[in-house]
Ligand binder design. Structure first.
Ligand SMILES: Cc1ncc(COP(=O)(O)O)c(C=O)c1O
Length: 418
């Protein structure tokens, strides 16, 4: 399809009528093409669901604040759009993994406090300061770099920093004693502010695992040492989604929620989410339909064979888009016409095949749901994760950049071009 002169993918115009995408006549009516006109594959992100989830989590955590974790491009949902919706829904802070993720939010005009969850390298500290990001620190070198960068700003500027204590996960963080010492170094530095003191849990997704209680005790003991030394950081925070939901005692003054903000479960064991709504759907349209004779094999390796003359639909989405190749042969399904059909054989890089059996109702252009709802049928990111032998976090983060995100529920703000 060739667009009118000057036309091109333009994600700046909110498209609330997602149903209309690539329906015959829709492109002509719009007068310009979107990337899903060129290949009918897209992810739908429901910003009303993000707003709703942020307000539910804020209410659960209160009086603690909600920090919306929007790293990894908002777990694949789109960091800027999710951040705005989460702030609308009541989040007070945002958190990112990388300095550049923080810069992207600032460039989009977001002025809420932004926490960088791990210690930035010294070379990044100037950007941290210039964009008013709050770094997590746990080494003397990190504190020194933050201090030098903050001093270069001059005037009355002070940089708020968060000291992280490793209470047992052993990923990042100082020992309790070192963390308290670092906090004193920060407090004595006129250009630094001890804004936060934090830790991270290793097994909060297993609600009955008592190791989280041990981590809580170690954290609280470090906080006591801090207070005994006359220090009182403004924000104490430890809880991810699982701990926010299942470890009330560890909510402190802020909780850092990622997966639950997106309406997904932090554990495959418990799906008792208090009214949270999944925000992410993955959709495509059938690109090709044929009848495959009984006994023929399908896709690479010919590991899937049809037992009767079968309608086989091709869908132009594959593992390069983030459909896990690991679901091949594991009983994964898609939805077409609100009916469930199995993915037949190996997921290929750009396409999957769907066995519609003796059903002759499937046609080119029909909407296919890989994650989401169609009629009364649902396929969740958790379902896909289970079949792929992974967690829903990896499924949504893994939907690649070549899948355009389409937003519903946009309010008073443009969608940022990707
Ligand atoms: C330090 C930290 N805090 C909070 C979170 C959010 O975790 P979740 O997505 O389980 O809520 C993460 C995510 O991995 C993290 O690394």
């Amino acid at each position: 399809m060739v667009g009118p002169a000057g036309a091109g993918p333009d994600a700046t115009v909110p498209d609330a009528t997602v149903q209309g995408a690539t329906v015959p006549g829709e492109f002509e009516r719009r007068g310009r093409w979107e990337s899903w006109d060129l290949r009918p594959v897209w992810a739908e992100v429901d910003l009303d669901a993000i707003r709703h989830n942020a307000s539910v989590l804020s209410a659960i955590a209160a009086p603690a604040w909600l920090c919306a974790v929007v790293k990894a491009d908002g777990y694949g949902h789109g960091a800027v759009e999710v951040a705005r919706a989460a702030l609308d829904g009541g989040a007070r802070w945002l958190a990112v993994a990388l300095v550049e993720e923080g810069l992207r939010l600032r460039r989009a005009g977001i002025d809420a406090p932004i926490l960088v969850l791990s210690e930035p390298v010294p070379e990044a500290m100037q950007a941290v300061v210039e964009h008013d990001l709050a770094p997590t620190l746990y080494t003397r070198a990190g504190v020194r770099a933050a201090s030098e960068a903050a001093r270069r700003v001059g005037g009355a500027f002070t940089l708020g920093v968060h000291i992280k204590v490793d209470t047992g996960m052993h990923r990042v963080g100082a020992t309790a004693q070192e963390a308290v010492e670092l906090a004193h170094v920060v407090a004595a530095d006129p250009v630094l502010r001890l804004e936060g003191f934090c830790t991270h849990f290793a097994v909060a997704d297993r609600p009955h695992d008592t190791f989280t209680d041990r981590q809580i005790e170690r954290f609280e003991s470090a906080v006591e040492d801090l207070r005994a030394g006359g220090l009182a950081p403004m924000v104490l925070h430890a809880s991810n989604s699982a701990a926010t939901l299942w470890h009330r005692r560890a909510r402190y003054s802020m909780v850092r929620c990622g997966i639950s903000l997106y309406g997904l479960s932090p554990t495959s064991g418990a799906t008792d989410l208090p009214g949270l709504r999944p925000a992410f759907s993955l959709k495509a349209r059938v690109s090709y339909v044929k009848t495959v004779p009984a006994g023929e094999g399908i896709s690479y390796g010919l590991r899937y064979r049809v037992s009767e003359d079968s309608t086989v639909a091709t869908v132009p989405i594959g593992y390069a888009d983030g459909v896990p190749r690991a679901v091949s042969g594991q009983g994964a399904h898609v939805l077409i016409g609100a009916r469930r059909y199995p993915i037949a054989g190996t997921v290929t890089m750009d396409q999957i095949l769907v066995d519609c059996g003796v059903d002759r109702r499937v046609s080119v252009g029909d909407e296919v749901v890989l994650i989401g709802r169609q009629g009364d049928q649902t396929i969740s990111a958790e379902d896909v994760a289970t079949l792929a032998g992974t967690i829903c976090y990896e499924v949504v983060c893994g939907i690649s950049a070549r899948v355009p995100r389409r937003y519903t529920g946009i309010r008073n703000a443009q969608v940022t071009p990707r």
